[in-house]
Design a protein around this ligand. Structure first.
Ligand code: TRP
Ligand code: SF4
Length: 405
């Protein structure tokens, strides 16, 4: 359960469609999604508008990657029966929330997000001094807040975006969570829990506010969670009243840090498209074999009889990912004593990668033969997404004073 709202946790994450998915995505992101989908209510989406912020001059890669990416997710084991899959631009409500949030977002907050300058430096060939790129993290905040998501699985590089989202939510609740007669309404709401609970609630609130007692805050939240007979807005009031500000309309999300993917590429560096050292999820078994056979090894091993050191070889990190202890022992021995050749050493890696990819290739082929199935999965995900986003937007419009009709 989320601690500041009554809702069970909701997980949301997005991926930009900027090219083929590779084993780095699988080990770093998808395996994590696949695990989360059985524990939480999960939403995963194609962040095509985000891709446009950097690829606006030639957006062709976006259209080419969208469906391949969805097929790769499905092939890897993202289960459309368990998670909702959708495409960002199909849910224009994200854009409306982005616009509304932009009204109250200080430009300085966006300029200070580290990725803003970092990416401009890194992608020098692109002109990223655009309005859209400055707004990148705010659009991400809208993506997250519109689902009232509480957990956002992301890598280290995205943590600043989640932090911004939390600040935006706080500022929003501060401006628009207050209502005329809030304190009276909150006190009345407390009474609806019954005399005993109301008294306990008030005591716990006092202990938190006057003595900073966080345990009391937790206990009060537990108390609220256990209430069956109060309305949603009364609940929001009572949660907000604990901290003194007003209603919590947009809950603050938490980053769920994905351990930085240690997936090594074909050259020993981290696997990444920009290093050209990837194995894509659609690689054929011949391609896998060819690419791994071509991998450089410890340069000391010029001849078969020259001993080597796995620590100096880009193949070794792959053994660490894929090989059981006895194989790793075999590598250490065979390499240091020059008892085996590098091709022999690469054999188990080739097999392991192909074993990992084999079921994905099969599933991808099935989905590719059945494009309507994939379209339908996305259509259904979009429906579910839209139901939620419409509700949140209604609340947000009301709160911002746009409730007139
Ligand atoms: N910016 C994210 C990335 O580059 C993608 C993204 C867009 C995202 N919106 C999101 C991730 C919302 C999590 C939640 O990886
Ligand atoms: Fe690398 Fe294996 Fe060759 Fe040693 S034997 S250099 S670990 S490929």
């Amino acid at each position: 359960m989320n601690t500041t709202t009554l809702q069970p946790h909701r997980v949301l994450s997005g991926m930009r469609p900027t090219g083929k998915l590779h084993l780095g995505h699988y080990h770093g992101v998808l395996k994590n999604w696949i695990q989360l989908q059985h524990e939480y209510d999960c939403f995963f989406f194609v962040a095509d508008w985000h891709a446009l912020t950097t690829d606006y001059e030639d957006p062709s890669v976006i259209g080419e990657s969208v469906w391949d990416m969805v097929v790769d997710w499905l092939a890897a084991g993202v289960d459309p029966g368990a998670s909702k899959l959708f495409i960002q631009s199909r849910i224009p409500e994200h854009a409306e929330l982005h616009l509304l949030l932009s009204m109250m977002t200080p430009i300085g907050w966006l300029e200070r997000v580290p990725t803003y300058k970092d990416q401009q430096e890194k992608l020098k060939e692109k002109d990223l001094s655009t309005y859209g790129f400055l707004g990148y993290p705010l659009l991400q905040s809208a993506d997250i807040l519109i689902y009232k998501s509480t957990l956002v699985p992301v890598g280290e590089d995205q943590v600043a975006h989640i932090e911004l989202t939390r600040e935006i939510a706080r500022r929003f609740n501060h401006f628009y969570g207050s209502e005329v007669g809030f304190i009276e309404k909150a006190n009345n709401a407390a009474k609806k829990m019954g005399k005993k609970n109301a008294k306990l609630y008030q005591e716990l609130k006092k202990r938190f506010q006057e003595q900073g007692d966080h345990e009391a805050l937790e206990t009060a939240r537990e108390l609220l969670k256990a209430q069956q007979n109060i309305t949603l807005s009364d609940r929001e009031r009572l949660f907000g009243y604990l901290e003194g500000e007003g209603k919590i309309i947009l809950p603050e999300p938490q980053a769920l840090l994905t351990k930085s993917s240690k997936m090594p590429g074909l050259d020993g560096q981290k696997m990444s498209k920009s290093y050209g050292n990837t194995l894509s999820l659609r690689e054929t078994s011949e391609e896998v074999e060819k690419k791994i056979k071509k991998m450089p090894t410890d340069p000391a091993r010029v001849r078969l009889t020259d001993p080597g050191d796995p620590e100096k070889c880009p193949v070794w990190p792959l053994h660490k990912v894929y090989s059981p202890d006895d194989v790793k022992e075999w590598v250490q021995q065979g390499c240091k004593s020059a008892a085996m050749g590098c091709l022999e050493c690469k054999g188990p890696i080739i097999d392991a990668v192909n074993n990992e990819l084999a079921p994905m290739r099969m599933k991808a082929a099935e989905f590719n033969e059945n494009p309507n199935l994939v379209r339908n999965i996305i259509a259904e995900g979009c429906e579910e997404a839209r139901d939620i986003t419409k509700k949140t937007l209604d609340e947000v419009r009301q709160a911002m004073g746009l409730g007139y009709r």
